[in-house]
Design a protein around this ligand. Sequence first.
Ligand SMILES: Cc1cc2nc3c(=O)[nH]c(=O)nc-3n(C[C@H](O)[C@H](O)[C@H](O)COP(=O)(O)OP(=O)(O)OC[C@H]3O[C@@H](n4cnc5c(N)ncnc54)[C@H](O)[C@@H]3O)c2cc1C
Ligand code: SF4
Length: 487
Amino acid sequence: MNSDKPKKKLILERQKMSRQDPLLRSKNFKEVALGYTDEEAVVEAVRCIDCKKPLCIDGCPVEIDIPGFIRLIQQRDFLGSARKLKEKNSLPAICGRVCPQEDQCEKVCLVGRKGDPIAIGRLERFAADYERRIGNVEVPKLPAPSGKRVAVVGSGPAGLTIASDLAKMGHDVTIFEALHSIGGVLRYGIPEFRLPKAVLEAEVDYLRKLGVKIEKSFVVGRLRLLDEFLMDGFDAVFVGTGAGLPYFMGVPGENLNGVYSANEFLTRVNLMKAYLFPDYDTPVVVGKKVAVIGAGNTAMDAARCALRLGAESHIIYRRSREEAPARKEEVENAQEEGVQFHFLAAPVDVLGTPDGWVRALRLIRMELGEPDDSGRRRPVPVKGSETEFDVQTVVVAVGQGPNPLVPSTTEKLEVNKKGCIVADPATGETTKKGVFAGGDIVTGGATVILAMGAARKAARAIDKYLEGEFEGKYWSPTASSSSALEQ
Ligand SMILES: Cc1cc2nc3c(=O)[nH]c(=O)nc-3n(C[C@H](O)[C@H](O)[C@H](O)COP(=O)(O)OP(=O)(O)OC[C@H]3O[C@@H](n4cnc5c(N)ncnc54)[C@H](O)[C@@H]3O)c2cc1C
Ligand code: SF4
């Protein structure tokens, strides 16, 4: 198709996207990035040279036809472009905002070898927003019902993706979500200024239009065991319960009042709507000065929320800026807004007032040693370099692990030593017959698009399983034993 195309001249610079002024946005929770106008989107789309071998598609875990959707923007068929995206991705407005495109599709974009890669994420966001803006959301024609029922546990990006894929295959899908709101981290973790709740709502609404049923405030492992679903008429189960269990630093004083896990802090701000103060009077204490420990996306989100709630906001990170795991764009946004960074520093103590509230952190200076297992240089404490750093609130954002509830209440569901469910990366098959898993519960904390990619693969496998055609690694549909461990 692309062989007869005339050669295009490379346009090396990408279109800028306007953003709220840093001074203004540091005081409100409105979205920071404002998106492309129609004209900006077309100019950016024209930069795509429609490669013969589009490496960008290989860089996308959900295999979006990237040149295809960009071509439609070039032709100003914005609705067509959104629909092309939705063939592979039910959450394009979300992915266009929060995916680490710089490490995926844009990293391998050919234009990036000579200049800026095509702004694939921004174009994805543009097309999806256009469809939502004009309210012309098309629901694909669904096949005849298969008569098979699937339970999806958890409504994060993994759960949402598999639910939509399986519904489009004609299966009867019910999502069971522990919280009173749908979306997982997209709802309770990522703040309004990066991902407006209205965008998430619209994409959840699309799922409802596909016929997916949703049971909220339903804690699987408490209200009903996973095994009971299988005995109760569900033909298969997908577990997408994420990695919502916060890690702590393990230093003295961490139990003082004023120390939050990032999870709790962000949940109070996002899910319990502290960001809508004074309309919602959510208890969240920030004091004058907040220290956020860590430098991942979670840490940036917490630090930027603290700033918007009126505090002086500091990031404390034990390595250097180069090793910070957060998206570069989000580190820059935080810095522009006034978050202060302290690299090569780590807390050794949280110090308290006599009545049990945080008053300071004792920090030690670090230097970088040899690379560790992660390939990053290991931070080494410098003896005798401790200093006190006055703060009223500490938010610990040093990582999260898988929630143990479902594995611990389900027989024969194997987990690894980190507590992640053991699942075949190609299919999501677990060691328990009829149960598939994907997303952070399998990988540990990762990314939205990787969770979606895993769910996409599991959807194909479940579909085969329901048809009796699944060839498993751990079990086969006809095996009488429920676990490979017994075979
Ligand atoms: C603050 C923060 C910011 C992030 N920013 C980014 C970013 O910018 N870009 C990016 O790509 N990734 C980001 N991530 C990572 C990304 O959000 C996750 O990798 C992704 O959400 C994982 O999806 P999931 O569906 O596996 O799990 P989750 O999104 O964690 O969803 C799991 C769901 O399962 C529910 N659940 C758990 N246990 C049960 C149970 N027993 N019964 C019923 N329901 C249950 C939970 O309530 C939750 O709704 C961020 C993560 C955090 C915490
Ligand atoms: S690699 Fe870049 S230039 Fe080539 S098709 Fe993909 S987006 Fe377009």
